[in-house]
Design a protein around this ligand. Structure first.
Ligand code: LRH
Length: 482
């Protein structure tokens, strides 16, 4: 059977990519077309998206995709959550801020003064993250003059098609979507002084956002529709996590490790709030009940600091292999059971001191010292501490998710970049006592592609069938607990 083709734009933490997806009755395959930088840029007023350069790279990538694969039928866009651009008179009001900018602290205090966090949780179901969009809006004076606020994938879709929408999975990360009705909570927006007019019409994954504007179609070489996908990257990644049962947990592991379960309904218990578990909206109305664990960010920022120090690139696979050979550190293991023979010092991967860009090894060392641990000597031992600390946080989050949702979790799927990190996968299996099924590494792009393909009638209907297709073409690697 001949393949149907779509193109996914996936804007990740270090790079953006344009990827062709080809789908047949029994396969889904990806071809990378282009990769371009997408790190934050430091401006006078803080950290921003380099949005102009990014958009130019996206359009170039789409043109190249159509050149390579003239059968492409649609475009889907995803990115990380919470960030947005403001529009006025059909223009973008400045470069979007990057969520790792520390300007939102005042917004948090102001929002919680008006609506205490416990009440917010009942309304939007979100874990506390200081950069959730509603805190950003609160400190963004430009909202007063804006006509619309568009989350990044919607902003790109608007530039491509001219239509302003808010895709629901990503809208659920703003804090302004009612977790029960999946509609804007206009009363909450009102209470917080956020103008209703900036909240665009909501669309769900699978709906067509619009067709390319004529000048863009001419530039790209095809007149294509932009189809809404799970435009929150984590929503797309969960679509393509080949979960075998409702008792399988997932970890979408890139810069963040998003650890949780897919549920039919939100869990809004006080205990879920206290454990900082979120109820984000998934594709097909599912709930992504999960907790953000600081993931590979800890490793990538450490590598960045060491590369600056050395003035030369680091061979990460070699360093990870050395880290895997580290037997034990000086201090005792403060981690969970199941990792009896690994005694490295652990730190709290979720400590807020680790979230902004900076000298990560120094910050981690300071945390270890503050909790009475010796700092591992040498980079391999240091990396081992980072990986084991992430794995310990993953295992803990899986246990908490299971308890809160009353599920007996029997396996953990790790998808995304972290699925290639064998040390992390094995450590997660060891510390959770559960088998880890690793892969696919490209879950986000696959989820993006599959939701488009389904909307075009080129892929099966249910999420379970889509996952079956993923599992058949991208067989996971299994790590059993030791
Ligand atoms: C992962 C992610 C995550 C959000 C964070 C801002 O890329 O979208 O789900 O919490 O970025």
């Amino acid at each position: 059977m001949s393949a149907r083709a779509v193109v996914a734009v996936d804007l990740g933490a270090t790079s953006g990519r344009v990827v062709i997806g080809r789908i047949t009755a029994d396969a889904v395959e990806l071809e990378l077309v282009s990769r371009f930088p997408n790190g934050p840029v430091e401006r006078e007023d803080g950290l921003h998206w380099d949005f102009g350069a990014l958009y130019a790279s996206i359009v170039d990538g789409l043109a190249e995709a159509v050149r390579r694969e003239p059968a492409i039928e649609s475009i889907g866009i995803d990115s990380w959550a919470v960030d947005y651009g403001l529009l006025r008179d059909g223009q973008l009001l400045g470069e979007p801020f990057h969520y790792r900018d520390e300007r939102t602290e005042r917004g948090v205090a102001e929002v919680h003064d008006i609506v205490p966090f416990a009440q917010l949780y009942q309304r939007n179901g979100l874990q506390f993250l200081p950069f959730n969009t509603l805190y950003q809006y609160r400190v963004d004076a430009r909202t007063a003059e804006a006509e619309a606020a568009l989350l990044i994938p919607d902003l790109v879709a608007w530039l491509l098609t001219g239509r302003q929408v808010a895709e629901r999975t990503n809208a659920s990360t703003t804090g302004l979507l009612d977790v029960r009705s999946a509609q804007w909570d206009l009363e909450l927006a009102e209470q917080l002084g956020i103008p209703h007019r900036i909240l665009p019409e909501l669309v769900s994954p699978g709906e067509t956002i619009g067709h390319l504007r004529p000048e863009i179609a001419a530039r790209i070489g095809a007149d294509l529709p932009v189809i809404a996908v799970g435009s929150h990257d984590t929503a797309s990644a969960v679509v393509a996590a080949p979960l075998v049962s409702a008792n399988a947990a997932y970890i979408s592991c890139g810069t963040w490790g998003l650890v949780g379960l897919e549920l039919e309904a939100p869990v809004l218990l006080d205990a879920a709030r206290a454990a900082n578990f979120t109820n984000e909206l998934g594709v097909d109305g599912r709930i992504r009940f999960l907790h953000n664990v600081t993931g590979l960010w800890l490793l990538s920022e450490s590598i960045r600091a060491w590369e600056d120090e050395d003035g030369s690139p680091i061979d990460l696979p070699a360093l990870l292999a050395e880290a895997g050979a580290v037997e034990s550190g000086a201090a005792g293991d403060t981690g969970a059971a199941g990792a009896a023979d690994v005694t490295v010092p652990l730190f709290d991967a979720n400590d807020p001191a680790l979230s902004a860009p900076g000298d990560m090894p120094a910050r981690i060392a300071a945390l270890l010292q503050a909790s009475g641990h010796e700092v591992p000597v040498g980079r391999p031992a240091f990396v081992r501490t980072i990986v084991e600390s992430i794995a310990a946080a993953f295992a803990e989050a899986v246990r908490t998710a299971a308890e809160l949702a009353d599920r007996s979790v029997d396996s953990i799927h790790i998808v995304g970049g972290g699925s290639l990190n064998r040390l992390l996968c094995q450590a997660t299996a060891d510390r959770s006592g559960l088998p880890v099924l690793a892969g696919p590494v490209e879950a986000t792009a696959l989820g993006n592609v599959l939701v488009q393909a389904r909307a075009l009638g080129a892929a099966p209907t249910t999420l379970e069938e889509l996952r079956g297709l993923v599992a058949r073409t991208h067989e996971p690697v299994r790590y059993d607990p030791r």
